[in-house]
Design a protein around this ligand. Structure first.
Ligand code: C5P
Length: 224
């Protein structure tokens, strides 16, 4: 039943939203693997926009200048099993998108309505079935999705996870996460029909299992 997700409908989208370091990309990737569909990270496009703004020395809060910059370059998000890739004018930039400088700039860039419209347009162009993570995928971009999850975790827990990924100080990372939560608050709200999952006291395997049960339950319920 579940394995047939991509055959059943060409437009099955499963959305996974939540704040920074809530585990959504890891869970989204695991779900995508089980469903045998691609995983799409919407944050990468915002990161690419922030990266291009920084590289050009552009004002991240200047809507028009930023969008002109984005429209002049050919930015591609390429879903990939081992992690999505981003290219700009054919050059791979993925490795440059998860730096502290991009983290610090990305929320301001993502707050620009025209940048959001540019990202959303790129995302809606993606064909077929996929699992996508972000902040507003279920509420704004794919409101028609049948299966929506919203992952949360306490800020200290999320910071500890991030410290494990990058060589960084826990207090500084906790502060940075709280700042990004505040900056992202407007664009980061669950859809009314999303299932919320607090992962603070769950390890990764438990989180994936819970998320999988929710997704499988929803897809099965709709099938019957
Ligand atoms: O998910 P990730 O941490 O890579 O996202 C980076 C940033 O992109 C977020 O902090 C947020 O500012 C922005 N973002 C957004 N809406 C999304 C995905 C990401 O505003 N759907």
């Amino acid at each position: 039943m579940i394995a047939a997700v991509s055959e059943r409908t060409a437009r099955e989208v499963i959305t996974l939203d939540g704040p920074a370091a809530s585990g959504k990309s890891t869970v989204a990737r695991a779900l995508a693997e089980r469903l045998d569909v691609p995983f799409v990270s919407s944050g990468l496009l915002y990161r690419a926009a922030a990266y291009l703004a920084l590289a050009a020395g552009a004002d991240p809060s200047g809507d028009d200048a930023l969008v002109h910059l984005l429209e002049r370059r050919r930015v591609r998000l390429i879903p990939h099993r081992d992690g999505d890739r981003v290219t700009v004018d054919g050059e791979e930039v993925t490795e440059r998108l998860h730096t502290d400088a991009v983290d610090a700039a990305v929320s301001a860039v993502a707050a620009r309505p025209r940048v959001r419209a540019w990202v959303n347009e790129r995302l809606r162009e993606i064909d077929g079935a996929f699992v996508i993570d972000g902040r507003d995928m279920g509420r704004e971009v794919f409101p028609e999705a049948r299966c929506k999850l919203y992952l949360t975790a306490r800020p200290e827990v999320r910071a500890a996870r991030r410290v494990g990924e990058r060589d960084a100080d826990l207090t500084a990372v906790t502060d940075a996460i709280r700042r990004r939560d505040a900056a992202d608050a407007r664009q980061s709200r669950p859809a009314d029909d999303a299932v919320e999952l607090d992962t603070s006291d769950l390890d990764l395997d438990e989180t994936v299992e819970r998320a999988w049960r929710i997704v499988a339950g929803r897809l099965a319920a709709d099938d019957s």
